[in-house]
Design a protein around this ligand. Structure first.
Ligand code: ACO
Length: 324
């Protein structure tokens, strides 16, 4: 027997305000055609003034708890993946914990930029397997609009705000690859690339929040190779192949990166969940947003084999194979 982390439900939240490519073309020298052709993004959501990351995360968490039909008081672990916390400290996760009325268990933030949700899933899975925790809330929530340079057309067109969450439960399973839950996770990082995608501020360096800076071409150049390498590693570890997948739920950064990765892995295009067109790159929130969309419209079903993957600042990257 083996403890597996089973996804009981998922929820998501996107702020009300929609910023289209046409809106952006009035702010910087760009066009709808350029953005769609290079990224597949049509629009993104922007948090209202004063609407902080914890509020987005709380709404997604409440939706996930409702979807799972789980009482918040039974949650003993909250992990929030974010690079845009409300404050330098305390962890934004504790604000979500308080918002849910939970006073027990543990809550903390995890920072792995766009790979945050996969890193968070691996961390939650590890903690649930210790037997010390029973039910976890894993949330990805971001307000990237607050760290964008809105005069820089090479970055401001790519990102958006949003949140997604899953409820995970430790369940005893036979310990076979046909089990439900997280079957394998694989995480990687290589700090030699840390200046290719970063924020030029922080508490210890500038005492400011800073703005996102990116060498887009360099990120693009590494993305597909890193993603396919870690996904293939996850396949090797379980004996599954791309043909066995029911769904591929990638980090939603750029449709060209998603298409390139799926093609190289041999995943059928009609098995790929794509939502980047509707919310842009929401960093750690993008995988649960896509997962949520696939579950809500009935494409992803109980028992389906799903590969999650992400790559982002650091660079960090990772993959998780999950049976729903
Ligand atoms: N609108 C119009 N023109 C633009 C814009 C814009 N928004 N941004 C850049 N351009 C111009 C450039 O200035 C350049 O003009 P020039 O030839 O006169 O110098 C031209 O378009 C081509 O620019 P490139 O940077 O070569 O464009 P490219 O085809 O590489 O696309 C992009 C840029 C979309 C950023 C691409 O490199 C990319 O997708 N990179 C990956 C970035 C990414 O997804 N990051 C997300 C974070 S990482 C992650 O989550 C995985």
């Amino acid at each position: 027997m083996k403890i597996r982390s089973v996804i009981l439900g998922a929820g998501c939240y996107l702020p009300e305000r929609v910023l289209t490519n046409t809106d952006l073309a009035k702010m910087v020298d760009t066009t709808d055609e350029w953005i769609v052709q290079r990224t597949g993004i049509h629009e993104r959501h922007i948090a209202a003034p004063g609407q902080v990351t914890s509020e987005l995360g709380l709404r997604a968490a409440q939706a996930a708890l409702a979807d799972a039909n789980v009482d918040p008081q039974t949650i003993d672990l909250i992990i929030l993946a974010t690079s845009t916390p409300d404050n330098t400290f305390p962890a934004t996760a504790v604000s979500i914990q308080a918002g849910l009325g939970i006073t027990g268990g543990a809550a903390f933030d995890l920072q792995a930029v766009c790979s945050g949700f996969v890193y968070g899933l691996a961390t939650a899975d590890g903690l649930l397997q210790t037997g010390n925790f029973k039910r976890a809330l894993l949330i990805g929530a971001e307000t990237f609009s607050r760290i964008l340079d809105w005069t820089d057309r090479t970055t401001c067109v790519l990102f958006g705000d949003g949140a997604g969450a899953v409820v995970l439960e430790a369940q005893e399973q036979p310990g076979e690859r046909t089990d439900r839950g997280v079957l394998i996770t694989r995480l990687r990082s290589d700090g030699r690339h840390k200046t290719k995608l970063y924020v030029d501020g922080g508490p210890s360096s500038t005492q400011t929040v800073g703005h996102l800076r990116m060498e887009g071409k360099e990120v693009f150049r590494h993305a597909v190779a890193m993603i396919t390498d870690v996904v293939e590693d996850a396949f090797r570890a379980t004996g599954y192949t791309a043909k066995d997948l029911d769904w591929f739920v990638p980090h939603q950064a750029n449709k060209r990166i998603i298409d390139g990765s799926a093609h190289k892995l041999g995943v059928d295009a009609n098995k790929v969940i794509i939502t980047v067109d509707k919310h842009g790159n929401t960093s750690a929130a993008s995988i649960p947003l896509a997962l949520c969309a696939g579950l809500a419209d009935g494409r992803i079903k109980r028992g389906d084999l799903v590969m999650l993957e992400a790559m982002g600042g650091g660079f960090t990257w990772g993959a998780a194979l999950v049976r729903m």
